[in-house]
Design a protein around this ligand. Structure first.
Ligand SMILES: NC(=O)c1ccc[n+]([C@@H]2O[C@H](COP(=O)([O-])OP(=O)(O)OC[C@H]3O[C@@H](n4cnc5c(N)ncnc54)[C@H](OP(=O)(O)O)[C@@H]3O)[C@@H](O)[C@H]2O)c1
Length: 249
């Protein structure tokens, strides 16, 4: 019997799908359906309106979706469980949901610390744990049990001024991914750490036009991430560092 192909009937969950980089990845997947026949995409974010709009676009291009509105800081795992119930397996997790608060080191409040660490650190840990535990029990498909891509940041290996909290949370994500790769390699689960530099998304709020011109577009990052998904199962890209050609902002 022919073994199932790696990129056919792919079940994908994208967190942070409503805006910015997560949304750009969904759009990229929809645009490349010729490479992903019968792809299904679960969409997760806090704002239900964003997900409903994106699900409508997906449906128009013939792609089945599942919308999973909710705050990962409160409940990081039920989306994964829902995908398993509805679709049986999860082939790809793209974790883009993340937050930042920026300022002088001395001015962060305990609430700032809790806000950033609950989403970027705690929820990321529990979400990836649930995902890995699911993927390792799945039979391999085309040589892989699953793929996990997490958008950390260039701030996961480089300090930026006014970014103590954000850098701490991104270094933590990087550390988790590096440790997870040890069991993941044995279980045929591929893990990609996406160290993105500045891309123009709602996370940045209002930016001046001079600065905008120096930033990447979300589609630059999304395109490279989808290329990495398409790599043959015998190989893995562990870190994808992508930044504006003129350097970090
Ligand atoms: N943009 C950049 O320049 C850049 C550079 C490096 C790394 N990154 C990282 O890339 C990721 C995406 O950033 P972005 O620029 O696309 O941000 P964004 O434009 O603010 O979009 C973030 C998305 O994540 C969702 N989200 C945030 N916290 C969530 C939570 N607790 N539960 C559920 N959903 C949540 C948001 O949902 P709602 O809008 O519904 O709240 C939104 O859909 C983040 O991890 C960020 O740190 C971004």
């Amino acid at each position: 019997m022919k073994s199932p192909a790696l990129f056919e009937d792919l079940n994908v969950l994208v967190t942070g799908a409503g805006k910015g980089l997560g949304r750009a990845i969904v759009e990229e997947l929809l645009a490349r359906q010729d490479r992903f026949p019968r792809i299904r995409i679960a969409l997760s974010a806090r704002s239900e309106a964003d997900l409903t709009e994106l699900a409508y676009l997906a449906r128009k291009s013939g792609v089945e979706t599942l919308t999973l509105p909710g705050d990962l800081a409160r409940d990081p795992v039920s989306g994964i469980k829902r995908v398993r119930q509805e679709w049986g397996r999860l082939d790809v997790l793209i974790h883009s949901a993340g937050v930042g608060r920026f300022g002088d080191f001395g001015t962060y409040t305990p609430e700032d610390v809790e806000f950033v660490t609950r989403t970027n650190v705690e929820a990321t840990f529990l979400l990836l744990q649930e995902t890995f535990n699911l993927m390792k029990k799945q039979p391999p498909k085309g040589g892989l049990r699953g793929q996990i891509q997490v958008i950390t940041s260039v701030a996961a290996d480089k300090p930026f001024e006014h970014s103590a909290l954000y850098c701490m949370s991104k270094y933590a994500q990087r550390g988790l991914l590096e440790v997870m790769r040890i069991p993941a390699a044995k279980e045929q689960v591929r893990i990609l750490d996406v160290r993105s530099g500045a891309a123009l998304t709602p996370m940045w709020g209002q930016v001046e036009s001079g600065m905008e011109a120096r930033m990447m577009k979300p589609s630059d990052v999304a395109g490279a991430m989808v290329d990495a998904l398409l790599l043959d199962a015998r190989a893995t890209i562990e870190t994808l560092t992508i930044r504006p050609i003129g350097g970090d902002i």
